[in-house]
Design a protein around this ligand. Structure first.
Ligand code: ARG
Length: 319
């Protein structure tokens, strides 16, 4: 256990680095606040409709949806997981997707895609610069199942490619707020993945209900969220992991990324809805990791000096 004083000094050091690393306008650039969560090709008023139990999405309907793919000899690139574009060069996904492929060189991110095997002229493929796994991801309980992929290219937004908004904190959910899941995953528990992006509307299910004895019986931690239907039938499934659980907020006229697809017992089973990692819980982790790993971040010399002095002070206190 580290003495509390040191962890305080260490957090201060990180804060200094963060504040120094990104000028004020840079900070708001990191995770966009305004330019996010809109679907230029979909009319929300007419479609404001209300995977397993889903249907084909329209081309360009979910412009932040990413396919994360791994290269295998003789097979080419294979879709492994979904992800969500959160700024020009960052994709948010699930930590369990990375499995043995820790080296970013195995991966590519495909953005602006509808059909897994037929890319459009607006489809962009980018190699990956860094993979940032949450250091406390627990493979047994699936707590902190969250990761970031920093891309080598900076992605230009257009009508087919847009970032999704991230909540600053928990958002007020009402039954009026429609939530959706999307992905190229299996459409049946023992089925095969879908070539065309699937979408489905789901309900957010309360933590208490989801943790009740005949449901997940306490396996759902605070950083997780249940979504689906009590009777099953509509759910995410294998291959959808890392992808978005998103809700449309009519007052903000934007989509927010509420969850990251994480796990479920089977797919579409009654009382075993899909489990998603709550993005609101990880907002500060996402912010700090996005800034820390940005090559474009410029650190000024006075800031480096302050950072080093704080580092030395930490060392002196420890010794
Ligand atoms: N773990 C799965 C994946 O890697 C996603 C499972 C979601 N399951 C569910 N029943 N909702 O793709």
């Amino acid at each position: 256990m580290r003495p509390r004083c040191c962890s305080d000094v260490a957090s201060f050091a990180v804060l200094v680095l963060l504040l120094c690393g990104a000028p004020p306008e840079g900070l708001s650039n990191v995770i966009p606040k305004d330019e996010c969560g809109t679907r230029p090709l979909v009319d929300e008023i007419t479609t404001g409709t209300r995977i397993v139990g889903g249907h084909d999405a329209q081309v360009g309907a979910w412009p932040w949806q990413v396919s994360l793919q791994v290269y295998r000899f003789g097979l080419g690139y294979n879709h492994i997981c979904g992800g969500s574009l959160i700024n020009h060069n960052t994709v948010l996904t699930a930590a369990h997707c990375i499995r043995r492929w820790m080296d970013p060189q195995f991966w590519r991110a495909v953005i602006g895609m509808h059909h897994l095997f037929k890319h459009h002229s607006h489809t962009i493929k980018s190699r990956v610069r860094t993979i940032i796994l949450h250091a406390e991801f627990n493979r047994m309980t699936f707590q902190k199942d969250i990761a970031l992929f920093k891309l080598l290219s900076s992605i230009k937004f257009n009508t087919f490619i847009q970032p999704i908004c991230l909540p600053d904190g928990p958002l007020l959910m009402t039954t009026e707020i429609p939530c959706y899941i999307t992905g190229w995953g299996n459409t049946k528990e023992k089925g095969s993945p879908r070539a065309i992006l699937q979408e489905a509307q789901v309900n957010i299910i309360s933590q208490d209900k989801c943790n009740s004895l005949d449901w997940y019986a306490g396996a759902i931690y605070e950083d997780m969220l249940c979504a689906g239907f009590e009777g099953g039938g509509v759910d995410s499934c294998q291959g959808d992991s890392g992808g978005p659980l998103m809700c449309y907020f009519p007052d903000k006229t934007k989509y927010y990324l509420i969850g990251v697809t994480s796990f479920g017992l089977g797919c579409g089973k009654p009382k075993f809805p899909g489990i998603y990692i709550r993005t609101a819980t990880y907002r500060s982790w996402i912010n700090s990791q996005t800034i820390l790993h940005d090559k474009t971040t410029t650190v000024s010399i006075p800031c480096v000096l302050i950072f080093l002095s704080v580092g030395w002070a930490t060392l002196l206190i420890v010794l």
